[in-house]
Design a protein around this ligand. Sequence first.
Ligand SMILES: *Cc1c(COP(=O)(O)O)cnc(C)c1O
Length: 407
Amino acid sequence: MVKVNSNYLKLQAGYLFPEIARRVNSFKQASPNADLIRLGIGDVTEPLPPACREAMKAAIDEMGTTEGFRGYGPEQGYIWLREAIAKEEFQKRGCEVDPDEIFISDGSKCDSSNILDILDIENRIAVTDPVYPVYVDSNVMSGRTGPAGDLGRYGGLLYLPIGAENSFQATIPDQKVDLIYLCFPNNPTGAVANKEQLQNWVNYAKRNEALILFDAAYEAFIQDKALPHSIYEIEGARDCAIEFRSFSKNAGFTGIRCAYTVIPKDLVGQSVDGKVDLWSLWNRRQSTKFNGVSYVVQRGAEAAYSSEGKAQISTLVNFYMENASIIRRDLSAAGLTVYGGEHAPYVWIKTPKDFDSWDFFDYLLKNANVVGTPGSGFGAAGEGYFRLSAFNSRENVVKAMNRISSL
Ligand SMILES: *Cc1c(COP(=O)(O)O)cnc(C)c1O
């Protein structure tokens, strides 16, 4: 009989979003007329920027002509998109990133898990707790952990707790790890790191010859000009960090699908035969296992850098950030303690009184018909917290806040 990858059986059965769906469905059956407002899953809600839409329409028409037709594109992405990204996202911020170091993909979720393909299974790995579940689960699936223990924490991973007590900044480990996942602005806590904090991580990584996997999916939501958008704004990061970026949250591409990963050519790792550069391994991996993002979508992503595209994206981001500030303001006025939501589309709430995360979920669902995400679903140290997302219409956000305020 065919043998399965038994690592999958280590995954926690009650995975967060299916469990939320189960509770919401049973509530809907009991109260079919309830007007539910979903501030749970981190998915955008507002229409695509017109500049991106027009570029995709033009691209599809081009494909309908003999001269404009294109088949397989480069596995790494079209050079015009990589050049636009290098210039607009990195070089304009003083970061030394070459178009050649940018790999276009269909998502950061996939990239942040696929990257494990080129890394040895014996690496010692650190994640924050709470954390974006993809980092942990992809390590579990690829056999890099032991089974889950009592707190749902997997053996073999080093968990770095983040909470109000450390301002949601993980303490730099006092032991050596090989691989560190960092996400700023953070999902789920909405926290952001300044240059000094990132410099400490880069220094740690260089000292320990570790690799940082830096997820900057929410960089567009940063409001303070002094805060870094990219790990490459930090001195020395080219020697120790890979960065993941996505068009999902800024340009509303969650359904269109386009992202990219930056692998500096300076990055090296240890192989059984000596040092090798990670760029070559990832290039080989992508060329073998990936056939590129569609031409149409890449034209849509390129339009994000036109002057109209930039203005429209900035309007979108501002819209969500106003939602976040309404959530912060109204929940604070209602006596709740709130974090995040200033440089990220997530507000991280301390659950009131004796509520644990799931109690508070059930309470809001039943009494305000508002769906959020229990902090404990992102890790044991998320217990006692609750995440609300700013991704919704203004009307729904205002209505949800009015309902919560009157409880
Ligand atoms: C939404 C999100 C992404 C983006 O994922 P895509 O696959 O590009 O849509 C990446 N990282 C985090 C932490 C996210 O929340």
